[in-house]
Ligand binder design. Structure first.
Ligand code: AMP
Length: 486
């Protein structure tokens, strides 16, 4: 079945798009899996990356989830490893040859799922290891031998320490969503892992943005990488309507409920900057009769998966999430994204709105901006190089009186407007909150096994530099030997 999330519709795709996958020289076993997946046209990142990776070059790819990048790096990796594929049952014949590092468990799980599908008709084996779940099944899979290993950095190091994993045969390293890995403070873990790998290897790094930190990281371990960029769908997607409403922060909750009702939104992802804010907003929306749930780090891995699945299945209309909890989730065809808070990092805005308007469908990205967030908006506009449309919340009374859903054809002209709304006494004004709450620190930690982790394993803190956990994540220069020594 063709995936609806084909990143760029063929009609609008660049001239670089190829008619089909056949001319890459991919093995019939790989092509067979693609036919099964219903992939007929390579996405732009695939067109560009596949030949370069097959040629053995290091790659820095500017692409995010939803562009088809997973197949973009997995297909050529499979092709390169095929000569080593074998049907032996001896683990020694299946050493880890390709290591794919992911920032989050959800992304690791998703990528592993894709890798297994693409490798289905080959003799190459794959598995995934991430934290928050029992190590034993992972250990068993590793002991049986796999050529492709998908992992989050912390759990990978746990396995290295348990001596259930040897990385001396790794030929290809993939760092996926590298910008997010740095944001999450994974740099020390990454460095440790890179030091465990053979020097002679191919490196592929994917990142939604190429910040100076990413460039510095790349310089530290890549060899003359080929830079591959695909048009950033989210920054350029005309199909996504982007609109900002200014209003006092205490009216935001009511505004979210109002918008969801007014626009009859279903399958809307709402971003909050904080874990606390995420749970609170979901609860309050539920009280208003809106079918909402939250996904954040206080939930167990299992509960996060359940919440996500319910959202994907359309059983939940609204999923409130922090950036990292939502990061990399392959949620297709989202008609709307709401920024309950403007993100602190402008790049996160790009990530967030990249989830809408996929596969030629139109989407809307709504941002709610409190006066104290104007600076954040200015940074976003600078990054995307254009001003965002300012809107006024027609019919919104500032949360004084929430109405039940109503027909869409009524008084659209009346312009309550943000200022007008702001002048009314907000009913929900209470403690000041806004975006100064504690940042969702769960996601700033490199890796934290959940309470369910296998008791055999000593918890992660010591091996993974407990000190780094508390520190600000952006320490690339210092860790790479540059920057200020403090
Ligand atoms: P990714 O960016 O790798 O997470 O991929 C996003 C989605 O696009 C996934 O659900 C893939 O299954 C799908 N996809 C990737 N490549 C293609 C392709 N060439 N044609 C159709 N769907 C694709």
């Amino acid at each position: 079945m063709a995936h609806p999330d084909t990143p760029e519709a063929p009609a609008s795709s660049s001239a670089a798009s190829d008619p089909d996958f056949s001319h890459f020289g991919l093995d019939p076993t790989i092509l067979r899996a693609l036919v099964e997946q219903g992939y007929t046209v390579p996405t732009p990142i695939q067109s560009k990356a596949i030949p370069v990776v097959i040629a053995g070059r290091d790659v820095m790819g500017a692409a995010q989830t939803g562009t088809g990048k997973t197949a973009g790096f997995t297909l050529p990796i499979l092709q390169k490893l095929l000569p080593l594929a074998n049907s032996s049952t001896s683990p020694a014949r299946h050493p880890v040859r390709a290591l794919m590092l992911m920032p989050t468990r959800e992304l690791a799980d998703q990528v592993a799922d894709n890798v297994a599908r693409y490798a289905k008709y080959t003799n190459l084996k794959s598995t995934v290891v991430f934290g928050g779940v029992d190590m034993k099944p992972q250990t068993a899979a590793l002991r049986a031998g796999v050529e492709l290993l998908i992992a989050t950095p912390g759990r990978l190091l746990d396995h290295v320490e348990q001596k259930t994993l040897i990385l001396s045969q790794v030929q290809i390293l993939v760092l996926d969503e590298a910008d997010r890995m740095l944001d999450m403070g994974f740099l020390p873990d990454l460095q440790r892992i890179i030091n465990l790998l053979p020097k002679e290897r191919q490196n592929l790094l994917f990142s939604a943005t190429f910040s100076n930190d990413i460039k510095r990281l790349a310089q530290s371990f890549m060899r003359n990488p080929e830079i591959i960029e695909v048009a950033r769908r989210n920054a350029t997607a005309e199909l996504v309507q982007q609109i900002v409403y200014s209003l006092p922060s205490e009216q935001k909750r009511a505004a979210v409920a109002h918008l969801i009702r007014e626009l009859a939104l279903k399958q809307v992802l709402v971003f909050s900057n904080t874990k606390i804010g995420t749970g609170r907003l979901a609860r309050e929306l539920k009280k208003e009769g809106i079918n909402a749930d939250a996904i954040h780090g206080d939930k167990s891995q299992k509960d996060r998966m359940i919440a996500l699945e319910a959202f994907k299945q359309g059983e939940t209309d609204v999923l409130v999430a922090t950036d990292v909890a939502a990061r990399g989730l392959d949620i297709v065809e989202l008609p709307a994204v709401i920024n309950y808070d403007l993100p602190y990092a402008p790049e996160d805005y790009v990530h967030r709105i990249g989830r809408t308007g996929r596969a030629g469908a139109s989407g809307i990205a709504i941002s709610l901006m409190a006066p104290e967030e104007e600076r954040l908006l200015a940074e976003i506009e600078k990054l995307i190089k254009r001003p965002l449309e300012r809107g006024s919340l027609t019919g919104f009374d500032g949360g004084r009186r929430e109405r039940p859903p109503r027909p869409r054809d009524d008084d659209r002209q009346s312009s309550g407007g943000p200022q007008a709304a702001g002048q009314r006494a907000p009913r929900y004004a209470s403690r000041s909150r806004g975006h100064h709450e504690v940042v969702d620190d769960f996601f700033l930690r490199p890796y934290e096994p959940s309470e369910k982790v296998d008791a055999v394993v000593s918890e992660d803190a010591a091996p993974h530099d407990a000190a780094s956990i508390q520190k600000a994540p952006k320490r690339v220069a210092a860790l790479l030997g540059g920057g200020k020594k403090s």
